[in-house]
Design a protein around this ligand. Structure first.
Ligand code: AMP
Ligand code: MG
Length: 349
């Protein structure tokens, strides 16, 4: 098997794997558990170990703030007060809500919408009891989905949910935000080079210590063992994937994935298995990866719209018929490395 950049280790305790020197540059590798996933850091610099500890402490803080089930956390507070007016939140939560709004606006809520939470809860995907909700349940909950009902008072760091019963879930953007915050921590501490993986959200910090680009593997969405289908070379970018293989359940031979179509309340079935976004902003990449809901053509259009409004972004779409499509800017970069020999790289569309 080819070397895969993201090796997921099942660990529940923080361990430092290695601390060594490559050439002049000291490196530090660690795996920790935070934000419900394995966080792998490989960072380079004299103070790498201390900085990686600071990074994990920050992730745990963000987890308490933004996880839907964290009692006393901001999201919990906001959800409990739905329909009752504004609540004061941490400026960092406000910042994520604003980013979420920006990404939702791109598709007018057709792809990314954090108010899918009541429906996410009804499906229970990723819990011990996933289930297909009844039509009555969905008829009641789907009308509660509307990102425009997340009202933000930026000056006073307050937000509200307009209607009783509404809830938000930052599961589709919080890891992305955490990636951007980690990058700030590294930069503040003079770390210029590193590769960080937050459970599938990769941050390529700068270039490799030898000056070359980082090689990032794109996962085969149907490999049980984490094989890849291709490789891209990136420097100073976030590489974020949303796919139907990350969390799902099967019933009567049908796969129900954890990404919900905000219009139907059903797990998205758009002919895609994964969408990978490559941008400077890890937060935006995480939100934009929900282009998954829209399918290949409309999803590509969404990425185009993002580029027009906010600057460079690239994407990789993998369809259920095992075809791989990339944005024009990635064509000279993406390399098919498919050990399964089942995927076709479609260069021309
Ligand atoms: P990700 O892991 O980044 O692919 O995001 C999936 C998670 O985001 C799910 O587990 C839900 O918590 C949440 N989610 C599901 N569907 C959507 C959606 N359409 N928009 C925003 N968040 C979603
Ligand atoms: Mg994500």
């Amino acid at each position: 098997m080819k070397k895969i950049i993201y090796v997921l280790l099942i660990l529940t305790v923080s361990i430092s794997l290695t601390s060594c020197s490559i050439g002049k540059e000291k490196s530090f590798k660690s795996d920790d558990f935070a934000l419900g996933t394995i966080i792998s850091q490989e960072i380079f610099g004299e103070n790498a170990q201390q900085v990686s500890d600071e990074a994990i402490a920050k992730l745990k803080y963000l987890e308490d703030l933004m996880t839907i089930n964290a009692p006393g956390g901001d999201i919990n507070k906001l959800n409990e007060n739905a329909g009752k007016g504004y609540v004061e939140l941490n400026p960092e939560t406000i910042s994520v809500l604003k980013s979420a709004r920006k990404i939702s606006d791109l598709s007018a809520g057709a792809a990314f919408d954090i108010t899918v939470a009541p429906v996410v809860k009804a499906w229970g995907i990723g819990t011990d009891n996933p289930q297909i909700p009844s039509k009555e349940t969905l008829d009641k909950l789907v009308p509660l989905i509307n990102y425009r009902d997340v009202q933000i008072d930026e000056i006073n760091n307050k937000a509200s949910l307009a209607k009783t019963g509404q809830m938000i879930d930052l599961g589709g953007i919080a890891k992305g935000y955490a990636g951007d915050i980690l990058r700030e921590i590294y930069q503040k501490n003079g770390i210029k080079s590193g590769l960080i993986n937050l459970g599938g959200n990769v941050i390529a910090l700068g270039s490799k210590p030898d000056g070359g680009a980082w090689s990032i593997g794109i996962q085969n969405p149907r490999s049980e063992t984490g094989e890849i289908v291709g490789i891209i070379q990136v420097s100073d970018k976030a590489v974020v994937t949303s796919g139907d293989y990350q969390r799902y359940f099967e019933k009567d031979g049908k796969r129900y994935c954890h990404i919900i179509d905000p219009h139907t309340g059903y797990p998205a079935e758009s002919g895609l298995m994964s969408v990978t976004i490559i941008t400077s902003s890890s937060t935006d990449a995480d939100g934009l990866a929900k282009a998954f809901v829209l399918g290949l053509d409309k999803g590509m259009e969404l990425v185009k719209k993002y580029i027009q409004l906010y600057g460079q972004a690239e994407a990789i779409f993998i369809t259920t018929d095992k075809k791989i499509y990339v944005t024009p800017g990635l064509q000279g970069n993406f390399q098919l490395e498919d050990e399964s020999h089942e995927y076709t790289y479609i260069k021309e569309r």
